[in-house]
Design a binder for this molecule. Structure first.
Ligand SMILES: O=P(O)(O)OC[C@H]1O[C@H](OP(=O)(O)O)[C@H](O)[C@@H]1O
Length: 320
């Protein structure tokens, strides 16, 4: 058998590139795209044996995995799809992958709808929310509240350096929410006007820490200082199983050029530029984690994690 990595399809590689460059972004969206890419690997493969196809799928999973390190929805998606890739023939393996992907994507969509209903119950008619970055889980809560007839106002942080707050602003306007866009450093200035800070998550650790877009932890401290509740909307696919066994979550460091034009940096002189994409908000600054299974105080999220994952997991491409 030749090297399985050489048979990873162009579609898988294109999806991996799009995740790496953040053309495809957001933890739930990344999970959906990665699962669908594995399906294309299974469908387009010319493997002659079931084992060959499984080796190809593991190679494809690795290419997809090695794109962005922080959102655990990515390895969780790959693991879900590969878990049942058994079968004695190529056709069996292919069929089981297709079934898993369809099931996974349906569950993802349903989880977001269910989570949205839970989150909407926290919001009252006339409330003002503050958002950070762009999270489809957060927007599902707002959308459900609007569908319940609640009138909401939003203060949207632009979220440097990639300005995903602009996407949030656009989608909130489409829902009929009144939007005020602010620069990140104006959050404290407007906190007294806010009833709830709503953030998403890329990963949730077993101790209830929320790993989300850089700036979330500072926002949470400001919210706590002013007594404003901070709620994290995160489907259970954001729960990070490795943290059950003491691992920490890798924080992605992105290109300096997202922060400053390289020519300008050169002109300034000898400076170091750092661009961490995420930070860690300790559980004491978070009031609730809203999932499709209900809302949890961050400190008790570990019980849900043990229910879902047992004591831990292996990487999606490890042969057991
Ligand atoms: O899954 P949903 O709620 O859509 O997004 C969750 C999180 O993913 C995003 O990361 P990035 O923009 O991919 O770096 C943001 O940090 C956002 O809060």
């Amino acid at each position: 058998m030749d090297n399985p990595e050489s048979r990873v399809t162009d579609e898988v590689r294109q999806t991996a590139d799009a995740i790496g460059t953040m053309e495809i972004r957001g933890a739930a969206t990344i999970a959906d795209a990665a699962a669908k890419a594995l399906r294309t690997q299974a469908e387009q493969s010319s493997a002659e044996t079931a084992d060959e196809l499984r080796a190809e799928l593991r190679a494809a999973a690795r290419v997809l995995h090695d794109t962005r390190p922080t959102a655990v929805s990515l390895p969780n998606a790959l693991r879900y799809v590969l878990f049942d890739a058994d079968g004695a023939t190529v056709e069996d393996v292919r069929a089981s992958v297709v079934t898993s992907v369809v099931e996974f994507c349906d569950r993802l969509e349903n989880a977001q709808t269910d989570l949205g209903r839970v989150g909407a119950n926290r919001l009252r008619d006339g409330d003002t929310i503050m958002t950070h970055c762009h999270s489809t889980d957060v927007l599902a809560c707002v959308e459900a509240a609007v569908e319940q007839g609640k009138d909401l106002t939003a203060i949207v942080k632009e979220t440097r350096p990639r300005l995903q707050g602009h996407i949030t602003a656009r989608e909130l306007v489409e829902m009929g929410v009144d939007v005020t866009l602010i620069v990140d450093s104006a959050a404290r200035r407007y906190m007294n006007d806010v009833d709830h800070v709503l953030v998403g998550a890329d990963s949730i650790a077993a101790d209830g820490s929320v790993i989300n877009k850089i700036g979330t932890s500072g926002l949470a401290v400001t919210a706590r200082d002013r007594g404003t509740p901070i709620v994290c909307a995160a489907q259970t696919i954001k729960l990070h199983p490795d943290t059950l066994t003491g691992h920490t979550v890798d924080i992605e460091m992105r290109e300096e050029s997202e922060v400053i034009d390289p020519d300008e940096a050169d002109e300034i002189g000898d400076i170091t530029v750092k661009n961490p994409a995420f930070d860690v908000t300790p559980p004491r600054y978070v009031d609730a984690i809203v999932t499709e299974r209900g809302q949890y105080p961050p400190e008790s999220i570990v019980t849900l994690m043990r229910d879902l994952f047992g004591e831990g997991t292996t990487e999606p491409w490890v042969v057991e």
